[in-house]
Each structure stands twice: as C-alpha cells, then as structure tokens.
Ligand binder design. Structure first.
Ligand code: RNT
Ligand code: ZN
Length: 418
C-alpha cells in the first residue's frame, strides 16, 4: 500500500487522540472462533447409515462445492484461515468427529473420535471449542430433547451432553487452552403448550445431570445458549433468555448470546453492560438475522458496529469468547466465512479506533450535541486505510483482492467436488 495513505489516516485519528498502531496491536490479540458448520451446511460426517433426521436446524441453498468429508473441510478451513487476519480458534460440533464410516450412536461419541482434530489444531497452534449436536436426529423429531417428557429420550441426550463435555475437556487439556462447550437445544413448541413449567423443570434437571462432572476450568468451560423462537418453536422455547440467565448465574456457567435469538428489533449490544456486571465471561454467537433467526452471513453493519463498540467500551474483550454462527448455502462457503469473520474484525478495529475518551467526556458533561457530532464524524474517518494496513501486516489479502482470491480457490479446488 502507498505508505502515505496509512500515514494520513494515522494523523487524522491522532487529531482525536487515537493511536492507530495501538488499535492494530489490540486487534491482533482478539481470537475469533470459526464455526466449522459453514463448510458443509451443518451436515456433519456421521456414517451414511446413521439415523439422520431433519429436525432442529435449517439451511437453504445448494451452491456447489461444499465440503463432503473431513479432509475437504480441513482444506476449506485452512483456506479461510489464510484469508482472515489474526488468530482463530475452531468450534466443532459433535457430528463432525472421525467415525471411520462406523455408525457411532450420538450418546457414544467420545474423545477418541476427535483425536485427529486435536492433532490438526496442535499443528496449527490453535484452540478448539465444542458443541453437542442436539438436532438432526430421530430423538429430536418431537421438538424436544433434554426437556422431553419421555425419560429415555432425556437420558439419551443427557449422555450425549456428558460426552460433549468430556471431549471438550480432552481438547482443552491437550491444547493448553480451555475449550468452550456451548449447549444449544432446539426444544420448543409450534403451538401453545400448557405445561410450560414442566418442560423447564425437566430441562433444569437434565442440565444438572449432564453437567455433574467437574472439569478444571483450564480444560473446559460451559456455556448455555438462550433463544426466543425458531421455526417450529414459534410459541414457546424451553431454554429462553430468562431460563438460561437464571440457570447460568446459579450454576456458575456462561450464557451464550446469539444475535439471531431475540426479537428482530432487539439489540444484544445493549445487553453486554448488564451481563458483564454479573458474569465473569460471556460467549457470543455472531450472526445476522434477517426478519428471523436466518443465520445470514455477517456483515459490517450497524448491529456489528454497535456490538463491537460495546465490547471495547466495556473493556471486557478478554472475558468474551467471540464465536461465529451463520450458514448460507447460496454462495461460495469459504467466501462467506471470509466476509463474516472479516466483518467482525472490522467492527472491532472501528471500536478500537473510537475516540473514546473525548466521547465519554461529552457524555459525562451531558453535552448531547457534541457527543452526537463526534460520533458522526468518527463514521467517515479513514477506517479502510487502517484495515488495509492490518491485512498487509498480517500477510492476508486486502478487501480489493478478496473476490479473485476466493474465486481462484473455487476454480482450483471447490469446483472439482462433483
Ligand atoms: C441455533 C443456534 C445454534 C446453532 C449451531 C449450529 O439456533 O444458534 O448455535 O446455530 O449450534
Ligand atoms: Zn447460535
């Protein structure tokens, strides 16, 4: 890049008391956890005769080139890490173990099925996060898993959850960085349940049973993901926001806030300063809902800018686990990752570049006009020049080269998967 472009940007920010080099340095320390499931539309690699079923999650689109096995998935993830600056972790789902074509029951998936992933992550010096897969299975077809009225079905999923925590603990131990285990279940009802309480009592008790075993926090940490509604659970979600806030707080767990799991006009940015007061750590699922929990590719839009600003303003980035959660099968999937992860990083960079001290002074003085005027001014500062500089320093493609880069991979690799 023309050195003057960055120099000029640096000066413009300096006028407001912001050091762009420091902002870049701060950004470098924030890891993003890539969700493995955008590579294959949340399909997983269970054996062909495993009993798969459609319930719980929905992906639309059939763009060619999705990864069909773990080798292809790893190639795609390597490509993603090659075009996203900074450090990444990888968030795996239970259904992505190495099962060698065997039909391993969901309740029997064990650390050995992830030994290859642990080696893979070790080679790349990266951490792994984890998720039980409580969907796409006949035992989830009724729309209930851990809160199911049938004890046998609950027991099945409790066992699955226990195993997910064991696997995560093995990952964290081997890799020297705790694995965050996120528990999301689809449990809910399309129409009006009468015994709302009963399902929630069962969910509480199932979670207690599932999380009974203690692991060192240096190996694994639990998070529980709240939700308001879903397709097929429009009227009632057992694991609602209030349910999991109470559960997590009383059991010393994290909550997971997914950007698609609230009312469409509700912003999770505003929740952070409350949550951080009462929780030591937090897991985020960064997503983009379009009218519903549609998991569109994340963009650098107002929602992301608001969220990342709050993260930085609260000074709690180090306590926040930033995970991605979107899946779009209508476009190049590696490209989707690149756009989404780079959008989050851009948001963080913009937040680190905010003239925070000046804004806070206006805030405290009650100078609403000056506060707003400076916020407006900050919007047109040369963020792009600093972002380009960061990409350059990190040795990854700049936005200007992204399309050719991804389409090159599509031509050379993905288009051959027929
Ligand atoms: C679903 C939740 C959950 C899933 C992943 C695949 O509404 O957001 O996090 O997207 O576990
Ligand atoms: Zn989520």
């Amino acid at each position: 890049m023309n050195g003057n472009v960055y120099k000029d940007a640096k000066e413009q920010y300096a006028e407001l008391g912001v050091d762009t080099d420091k902002a870049i340095a701060a950004l470098k320390t924030v890891p993003i956890s890539l969700h493995c499931w955008q590579t294959d539309d949340v399909g997983g690699f269970e054996s062909p005769d495993a009993e798969l079923s459609g319930g719980g999650i929905q992906v639309t689109g059939n763009y060619p080139g999705k990864s069909r096995n773990i080798t292809e998935m790893r190639a795609d993830l390597d490509k993603v890490m090659n075009i996203v600056p900074g450090n990444q972790r990888l968030s795996l789902h239970m259904m992505y173990g190495e099962f060698d074509g065997k039909n391993v029951g969901r309740e029997k998936i064990a650390p050995e099925h992830f030994a290859g992933w642990i080696d893979w992550a070790k080679e790349r010096k990266m951490g792994l996060d984890f998720n039980g897969s409580f969907f796409s299975h006949p035992n989830a077809d009724d729309g209930f898993t851990l809160s199911h009225p049938d004890k046998a079905i609950r027991e099945f999923w409790i066992e699955h959850g226990r195993q997910s925590r064991k696997i995560a603990a093995a990952m964290g131990k081997a890799l020297g960085t705790p694995s965050i285990v996120n528990t999301w279940i689809p449990d809910g009802a399309k129409d009006l349940p009468v015994d709302r309480l009963g399902y929630r009592v069962r969910l509480r008790d199932s979670l207690d049973a599932m999380m009974k075993e203690d692991f060192p926090k240096s190996h694994m940490k639990d998070a529980v993901e709240t939700k308001l509604f879903g397709i097929g659970s429009e009227s009632y979600v057992v694991g609602s926001h209030e349910f999991y806030m109470g559960y997590a707080m009383s059991r010393d767990k994290m909550i997971c806030l997914d950007m698609g799991h609230f009312h469409p006009t509700e912003s999770i940015a505003d929740k952070l300063s409350s949550v951080y007061l009462f929780f030591e750590e937090l897991l985020l699922h960064v997503s983009r809902p379009v009218r519903w929990d549609s998991d569109h590719v994340v963009l650098f839009n107002d929602d992301i800018a608001d969220l990342t600003r709050e993260l930085v303003r609260c000074g709690r980035i180090a306590d926040t686990h930033i995970g991605l959660d979107f899946f779009d099968a209508t476009m190049n999937r590696v490209g989707a990752y690149a756009i989404g992860s780079r959008a989050v990083l851009k948001g963080l960079l913009a937040a680190f570049l905010e003239p925070h001290d000046k804004l806070k002074t206006y805030d405290l003085e009650g100078n609403a006009f000056a506060r707003l005027a400076l916020l407006e001014r900050a919007k047109t500062l040369p963020l792009g020049a600093v972002w380009d500089r960061y990409c350059e320093e990190s040795g990854v493609v700049k936005d200007a080269g992204l399309i050719d880069d991804v389409l090159g991979y599509e031509r050379d690799v993905q288009s051959k998967r027929k």
